[in-house]
Ligand binder design. Structure first.
Ligand SMILES: O=P(O)(O)OC[C@H]1O[C@H](OP(=O)(O)OP(=O)(O)O)[C@H](O)[C@@H]1O
Ligand SMILES: Nc1ncnc2[nH]cnc12
Length: 173
């Protein structure tokens, strides 16, 4: 099955970026044209029928998938960036993730009021990053219809942190 091929290609790196973390390395998927297309096809299929009007991608790995999906669907793409990178007026939030703390920002004029947004990132772990991103989209006027991930680490229960938003993941570990 296609999803099993994606799962098999993810590489586990022990103790990165710090002891105790098993890092899910997606670069083998990015490096394989067939697998990359397969992943993008699945992301696109999960958007269909949802009336999505804009894609928001989370810095940095979420840009790889988000912008590609946006292009496939003929939609605009909004970057949710790590603090200090966006040049205009922003909404900003600090958050905790599996192995760090950080802050992300979005431009305040990124969405039309009520615009239907799919939020895309490579990986859902504790949900800290995606929950902060969803709040930012809403502070900027967007309506988060769903959050989509290549990988979900189910045992970290990020899905519960994102509730009541709909979560769609291609591969669950
Ligand atoms: O669910 P969480 O516990 O919040 O973790 C998930 C986040 O962690 C990683 O990003 P990271 O901040 O390492 O940034 P990168 O994409 O720039 O590597 C990953 O790409 C997600 O954005
Ligand atoms: N275990 C993990 N592997 C890759 N990216 C992550 N982001 C947060 N936790 C992660």
């Amino acid at each position: 099955m296609a999803v099993d091929e994606l799962r098999a290609a993810v590489r586990d790196i022990q103790d990165f970026p710090q002891p105790g973390i098993v890092f899910k390395d997606i670069t083998p998927i990015l490096a394989d044209g067939r697998l990359l297309r397969l992943a993008i096809d699945r992301f696109v299929a999960d958007c269909e029928g949802q009336g999505i009007e804009k894609i928001a991608g989370i810095d940095a790995r979420g840009f790889l998938f988000g912008a590609t999906v946006a292009d496939r669907l003929g939609l605009g793409f909004v970057p949710i960036r790590k603090k200090g990178k966006l040049p205009w007026k922003t909404a900003s939030l600090s958050y905790k993730l599996e192995y760090a703390e950080a802050a992300i920002e979005v431009h305040l004029d990124a969405f039309r009021p009520g615009e239907r947004v799919a939020l895309i990132d490579d990986l859902l772990a504790t949900g800290g990053t995606a929950a902060a991103a969803a709040k930012l989209v809403e502070q900027a006027g967007g309506n988060v219809v769903q959050a989509q991930f290549l990988i979900e680490l189910g045992f970290l229960k990020g899905r519960e942190v994102l509730a009541p938003h709909t979560v769609k993941s291609l591969v669950v570990f």
